[in-house]
Write a protein that binds this ligand. Structure first.
Ligand SMILES: *Cc1c(COP(=O)(O)O)cnc(C)c1O
Length: 384
């Protein structure tokens, strides 16, 4: 045979691979099938690489274990998990109730995509009681989209109660559980139908990979979610799935450390004269603490503070004087971050006056004493 033919068929993978601790990262669109009968035997063979190969399926198994799920679907980002679940389960004429403190890009998706496809979107005040919330549902309400604690402002929802009341009315519940990371809060155990996460945050843990997941217990829902991914044509790479699986191995130790440092810093901040309020549900006395104590087994390093009233220039001086806290929108990585939240609150329907600038902090894996010194520098600049 000629070199050109031999080059196409040389260097094939061995029939059996040696075992390593992590899964092999398979790269493949084509899946070679063992015989002609297998070509159309979808029940027994994965026939195309878009469905995910070894690393993706190992990650799905690990996440299903963590979430207590029957199945998990993967998406190319956290936003794609939320939009993908909505597109898989909603149709024109349906209504979705969305918590007003939802992550802002989710609101953008609801307002610019769901509405265009004829899905009614109604935002609800996170302070509503579960009873009032579920009473506001109409005959068209198909899903309630929750996020707890709320993005930026950390309102806690009574998830088990909302999930129970919604289920009694045949309404699906889905939660953005990125803060709980499937570890310190397990939505499916509390009766929620779909647990969504931006794996980009704590599971990845290193601020360098995008991915999202949807976990469910009901096999019919698992199937609908997987069909949704297939219909949209989404795929995640083996390298990215491997990075997420690596992140999962250390998730509990990272979160424990970041929770401990975060709480120490939150308690210190509460005592500072420039700080009006600390919004951290795991901090005793903070809003939502009773629900956190009842439903959560831990915290992460993300919370907000309300400063005593001050000018925008003072807020800028606070942020610009920080040397260890980077200024950036993401979180869940090993590094500390800070943002000013107020400009993002303007889109909310149920605006709430916090009485001063709202600053969100993400506490990383640095030594908390060093972070406190950095924040002291920031508060001095705020006062100055
Ligand atoms: C970051 C984030 C998302 C979106 O994740 P991406 O991977 O960036 O798309 C969704 N929900 C919350 C609460 C987030 O913080």
């Amino acid at each position: 045979m000629s070199d050109e033919t031999r080059l196409i068929h040389a260097g094939k993978v061995a029939e059996t691979l040696v075992r390593t601790v992590g899964p092999p990262i398979q790269k493949g669109s084509t899946v070679l099938l063992p015989n002609a009968a297998a070509l159309y035997d979808d029940d027994n063979y994965l026939t195309y690489g878009r469905a995910g190969l070894s690393a993706q399926s190992c990650l799905q198994d690990a996440l299903a274990m963590l979430e207590g799920a029957e199945g998990v679907t993967l998406y190319p980002s956290g936003i794609a998990a939320i939009s993908g679940a909505a597109m898989a389960l909603l149709k024109a004429g349906d209504e979705i109730l969305v918590v007003d403190s939802v992550y802002k890009p989710v609101r953008r998706f609801c307002d610019s995509v769901l509405k265009r496809f004829g899905v009614g979107v109604t935002y609800f005040d996170p302070r509503l009681s579960p009873e009032t919330l579920v009473e506001t549902a109409s005959a068209a309400t198909r899903m309630i989209l929750l996020e707890s604690p709320g993005s930026l402002s950390f309102e806690m929802l009574d998830i088990p109660r909302i999930a129970g009341l919604a289920r009694a009315r045949g309404i699906l519940t889905a939660i953005d559980n990125t803060w709980g990371a499937g570890l310190i809060f397990k939505p499916l155990e509390h009766g929620v139908d779909i647990s969504l996460q931006a794996l980009t945050k704590y599971v990845g843990g290193h601020s360098d990979v995008f991915m999202g997941s949807a976990a469910a217990r009901d096999p019919k829902l698992v199937r609908q979610l997987a069909d949704g991914v297939n219909h949209m044509g989404w795929a995640v790479s083996g390298e990215d799935a491997y990075a997420m699986l690596r992140g999962l191995r250390t998730l509990p130790v990272r979160m424990a450390r970041q929770s401990e440092s975060g709480l120490a810093i939150a308690a210190w901040l509460r005592d500072q004269p420039e700080v009006a309020q600390v919004l951290h549900p795991a901090l005793p006395g903070a809003p939502g603490h009773a629900l956190w104590t009842r439903d959560y087994t831990g915290a992460c390093g993300l919370f907000s503070i309300v400063l005593k009233p001050g000018a925008t220039e003072a807020v800028d001086a606070f942020l610009d004087s920080l040397k260890l806290f980077g200024l950036g929108f993401s979180w869940g990585g090993f590094e500390s971050l800070a943002i000013w939240c107020d400009p993002q609150l303007k889109v909310r329907k149920f605006a709430y006056d916090y009485g001063g600038p709202l600053i969100r902090l993400h506490v990383g894996l640095e030594n908390p004493d060093d972070l406190i010194a950095d924040l002291r520098r920031g508060l001095d600049a705020y006062r100055g």
